[in-house]
Design a protein around this ligand. Structure first.
Ligand code: MG
Length: 286
């Protein structure tokens, strides 16, 4: 099942998406947010009583979830990307020959970065002149847990979505720690919806990213250095993951700083990210 949040008039609603028909059916329950669906075992009956189909082109999709805590992100989790980043000049403290980390690099983006598909990403001239894209598979936690063993990790995942981990490369480099380069308003497009975990084989999904009509990134999640169970076990060690937490799994090679000279985003660019079975997330930069 694919659940989305959308605007109908001025009201935000939750709906079930029929991706084949490009349509959505509003749920007939008063839900503020997808958080209200976690732990419910009556999803099938909620869906069965949903309203009539509305064409997706006639609604405004919003970010499928409003995170209550920072989005947890993993850096340098595809080999070719770790190498392009280390040699780009934008990785503070990069050491030649040590591009692949022994432990995952983890940082976060505040909830204020999150926008939906179709919304505009701000380029923030004055704060940065090097805005870049990062296509990523993200997972949504549905069941709380601390010290989650890798072999139980999938029990805690409710669904999957796409994020664009938009990054101000100059701030990422200059401030040593990545938060300031990753945390600018609108820097986390998310969506178009969340696909429930039962429909997703997350260890072999194709991640693709286009800037305007040019394919820039194309890789499989089978290439992750640290796989999803390892990430959940690592992150939840001593840190209780909560339902609604979003974990982004890292980006493949092909970002703007992978080119010589770097190809940063400019006003009017459109970045579209598709992941097998999860839909397409598209945002214009301005
Ligand atoms: Mg990233």
């Amino acid at each position: 099942m694919k659940f989305a949040r959308f605007l109908k008039g001025t009201q935000s609603r939750i709906g079930i998406v029929n991706a084949d028909d490009n349509a959505i059916r509003p749920l007939h329950v008063d839900l503020n947010d997808l958080h209200d669906l976690f732990g419910r075992n009556d999803l099938q009956s909620l869906v069965a009583t949903a309203g009539d189909e509305i064409a997706l082109k006639d609604v405004q999709l919003q970010a499928p979830i409003i995170p209550r805590r920072n989005i947890i992100c993993v850096g340098k989790n595809y080999r070719a990307h770790a190498k392009e980043f280390a040699t780009s000049g934008f990785e503070a403290g990069a050491v030649k020959g040590a591009e692949i980390d022994e432990f995952p690099a983890v940082f976060s983006k505040p909830p204020s970065t999150v926008i939906g598909t179709g919304a505009t990403v701000e380029l923030h001239p004055g704060a940065t002149s090097s805005v870049d894209y990062e296509a990523e598979l993200a997972l949504v936690i549905g069941k709380a847990g601390r010290n989650i063993p890798a072999e139980q990790a999938f029990d805690h995942i409710w669904g999957y979505t796409i994020i664009n981990d938009v990054t101000a490369r100059d701030r990422q480099r200059n401030h040593k720690q990545w938060f300031l380069g990753k945390a600018l308003d609108t820097f986390c497009p998310m969506g178009p919806w969340i696909t429930t975990a039962d429909e997703v084989r997350s260890n072999d999904l194709q991640v693709q990213c286009w800037v305007n009509d040019e394919l820039r990134q194309s890789a499989s999640t089978s290439d992750l250095i640290f796989d999803i169970p390892t990430l959940i076990a690592t992150i939840s060690a001593g840190l209780t993951l909560q339902p609604g937490d979003v974990i982004a799994t890292g980006t493949p090679a092909g970002v703007g700083i992978g080119f010589t000279p770097p190809r940063f985003l400019k006003s009017g660019d459109e970045v579209s990210i598709s992941i097998s079975g999860l839909g397409t997330l598209s945002n214009r930069f301005e």
